[in-house]
Design a protein around this ligand. Structure first.
Ligand SMILES: [Zn+2]
Length: 78
């Protein structure tokens, strides 16, 4: 690593990783969305994005539909 990068933590598995390897999301009133530069954000790692159990946990945590979390993360993950 040539440059010092900010380290962030995945909220699902609590693994720490370079910010650029994590997916940044934000939680608004009713859902989670891709981070748009304002408000509170959180990070997810690539592993958790593809982990069914972790997605279930997120849905519970943010009180939203699991299917929605699944859809959102698929869109973000490309
Ligand atoms: Zn993770």
């Amino acid at each position: 690593m040539s440059k010092r990068e900010p380290i962030r933590m995945c909220i699902a598995c609590r693994q720490k990783a370079s910010q650029h390897t994590l997916i940044r999301l934000q939680h608004n009133e009713t859902s989670i969305v891709s981070y748009d530069g304002s408000g509170r954000s959180f990070y997810l790692c690539n592993m958790c994005v593809q982990d069914k159990k972790k997605k279930k946990g997120l849905a519970k945590r943010f009180k939203i539909e699991e299917a929605y979390v699944d859809k959102l993360l698929k869109e973000i993950d490309g």
